[in-house]
Design a protein around this ligand. Structure first.
Ligand code: EPU
Length: 338
């Protein structure tokens, strides 16, 4: 295994930001990973695990050994009449895995088509879109402890999944490397098209009795129409989470701003689309030099090329202040700042 020094991470983050890693290693197997974690030469060096880099904002160089899991493989490990269990290497592309499932007619992840990033990164923030989150299909997450190289398998419950959250982002942050994920998928797929524009898009496609391949295609169409392709314009998808506020806070806001959308979360909370708040605060399509706010989706900050992470961080802070001044809601970033 080769360890490179002063390695540019520009091609390893979807914002396309320049940042140098002191050291960089791509690991292709659990054996290679444990070897490097247990090597006394590297023991004291801080480690930073980087998957597809689709949810990070580099604001500086990374003074660490950056480990990029490139563990591949999609293996069927169990099957019964209704379900199939697939164990997938952390380094597989998320969308490639979704396409594998759609082609095999294994239902459960088709609503998560076209999300950038790797399979290993997906459980970190419980990726979700169009009414599905990966917590709905994860059986277990295979990991290795950074400290002692020991393997540990987390059950779905132990992952403590929440909205864009998991134990790996919170209590156990920076302690485990995800090496693989086992998914349980449906051989008799149930279609989930209740969210947003999915049904409308299927109708436009003239599909009345959709297969999971149709649902996947509809979602790809919707995502392409609003979200910038990171290969063309640097971005990390939604930059902020959609805030959840108590009803007592939402009701007076709704009186003052009758157009404000809100989706109930349980009995007492309401989720407000951050994209709406940012758009109403006047930021949609804003551009400042090389960076800005996407024209079609205000929740996405973009690097048109040559921008740097500090500018994006500063713009994010200005947007947070501006939304808070208008609505009294402080947005939290979804993206991880490094
Ligand atoms: N909206 C606006 N203006 C905008 C953007 C959105 O007014 O510029 C409002 C509209 O009212 C719209 C509502 O926000 O109806 C919701 O917008 P959309 O369906 O595009 O979804 P979102 O809440 O902006 C979330 C996820 C996305 C995911 C979509 C679809 C978060 C932070 N983001 O976005 O996830 O693809 O739903 O399920 O939860 C990501 O995490 O990177 C991501 C792209």
């Amino acid at each position: 295994m080769q360890i490179q020094s002063n390695f540019s991470l520009r091609n390893f983050n979807t914002f396309g930001l320049e940042s140098l890693a002191s050291f960089f290693a791509e690991v292709r197997s659990v054996g290679e990973l444990t070897e490097i974690l247990l090597d006394p030469v590297w023991h004291e060096t801080p480690k930073f695990i980087l998957g597809g880099g689709s949810n990070v904002l580099f604001t500086q160089n990374v003074n660490a050994l950056v480990i990029h899991p490139a563990i591949k493989g999609i293996d069927k490990i169990r099957e019964d009449e209704d379900h199939v269990w697939l164990k997938v290497g952390a380094g597989e592309s998320w969308h490639g895995f979704v396409m594998h499932c759609v082609e095999s007619n294994y239902g459960g992840v088709e609503n998560l088509s076209l999300i950038p990033g790797t399979v290993g990164a997906a459980p970190m923030q419980n990726i979700g879109a169009y009414g599905v989150e990966i917590r709905d299909v994860v059986e277990s997450v295979e990991t290795v402890s950074i400290e002692d190289g020991q393997k540990k398998v987390f059950s779905n419950k132990e992952c403590a999944f929440g909205y864009r959250e998991s134990v790996f982002k919170k209590a156990l942050k920076n302690q485990f490397v995800v090496t693989g994920v086992t998914f349980v998928l449906n051989k008799k797929p149930a279609i989930n098209v209740g969210y947003g524009d999915v049904q409308k898009t299927l109708a436009e496609m003239n599909v009345s009795d959709p297969t999971i391949a149709d649902v996947s295609q509809a979602i790809i169409t919707i995502r392409r129409s609003k979200l910038p392709d990171p290969a063309q314009i640097g971005n990390a998808g939604s930059f902020f989470k959609n805030p959840e506020i108590p009803l007592e806070q939402y009701n007076p806001l709704k009186n003052a701003f009758p157009e404000m959308p809100g989706y109930p979360v349980g009995e007492t909370m309401v989720k407000v689309p951050a994209g709406w708040l940012i758009e109403q605060a006047g930021w949609k399509g804003y551009r400042q030099g090389a960076i800005g706010v996407h024209q079609k989706q205000a929740l996405v900050l973009v690097n048109y090329g040559g921008g740097n992470g500090n500018e994006i961080r500063d713009l994010a802070g200005t947007i947070q202040d501006s939304v808070e001044a208008k609505y009294g809601i402080r947005l939290s970033p979804e993206v991880n700042f490094v």
